[in-house]
Design a protein around this ligand. Structure first.
Ligand code: ADP
Ligand code: MG
Length: 215
């Protein structure tokens, strides 16, 4: 497979558009998951937000990693209500700041930006491991990316390891008792259901892995 070892603007654009496509394809699944332990809007929220993001990119696609990621974050903050809008928005805005004014993000730069995004999610939502949130998919993904790159893997391979970790993290939310967000209102009744935000986050990481395919 022919793969890039860094995210240039085109690859970042592919990441975001692929994520938008996965969210659209999984909209009903995300909503069903949120109907079990929330208010049945996670699919609609994320789909509305990512459609607006793609529309904005289709308008004028900003040049440079920071500008592109910032536009994604700002669009999500302004179009997605509920918990996930500010959380995903902050994730991309912090990534943008960490990316800085560069034309492309190599492995270490992408990892640094992802760490910053994760820290942004934590700063905003105060979630910890095991709280049954998007953190439980995102944090293991970032760890797996670090581990894989430290072992010498190229970025695309490290992102596949991160995807597997995010999917495991997503599945691990099923037996958890929710301690943050709407699902926490259910207490024990939140046990036995997969977290919707962890599910969309696994799609976000999977999209990053495929965005490095040259096609
Ligand atoms: P809302 O809960 O406002 O309806 P969504 O349904 O769009 O928003 O998103 C719900 C998801 O947001 C949850 O499944 C969870 O993963 C995530 N979430 C909620 N609160 C937090 C938090 N404090 N920190 C991290 N993630 C959170
Ligand atoms: Mg909801």
């Amino acid at each position: 497979m022919d793969e890039l070892d860094s995210f240039d603007d085109a690859a970042l654009g592919r990441w975001i558009r692929t994520f938008a496509g996965l969210v659209a394809a999984n909209k009903d699944v995300l909503t069903e998951l949120d109907s079990a332990i929330g208010d049945a809007d996670h699919g609609a929220n994320m789909d509305r937000g990512m459609r607006a993001v793609v529309a904005a990119l289709d308008g004028t696609e900003p040049a440079g990693a920071a500008a592109l990621l910032k536009q994604v974050g700002m669009t999500l903050v302004s179009t997605v209500g509920g918990a996930s809008g500010p959380l995903y928005g902050t994730f991309f805005l912090r990534m943008a700041t960490a990316a800085g004014e560069v034309d492309s993000l190599d492995g270490p730069a992408f990892a640094k930006a992802l760490h910053a995004g994760l820290e942004g999610v934590v700063a905003r939502g105060k979630a910890e491991a095991g709280d049954k949130t998007m953190f439980d998919a995102l944090a293991p993904a970032v760890e797996a990316l670090d581990r894989s790159m430290a072992a010498g893997a190229p970025l695309a391979e490290a992102l596949r390891a991160a995807t597997a970790a995010a999917e495991n993290g997503r599945d691990a939310t099923i037996p958890m008792l929710a301690r943050k967000g709407r699902a926490s209102y259910l207490g024990e009744r939140s046990v036995g259901h997969q977290d919707p935000g962890a599910t969309s986050t696994a799609l976000l990481v999977a999209a990053a892995a495929t965005a490095l395919d040259k096609g």
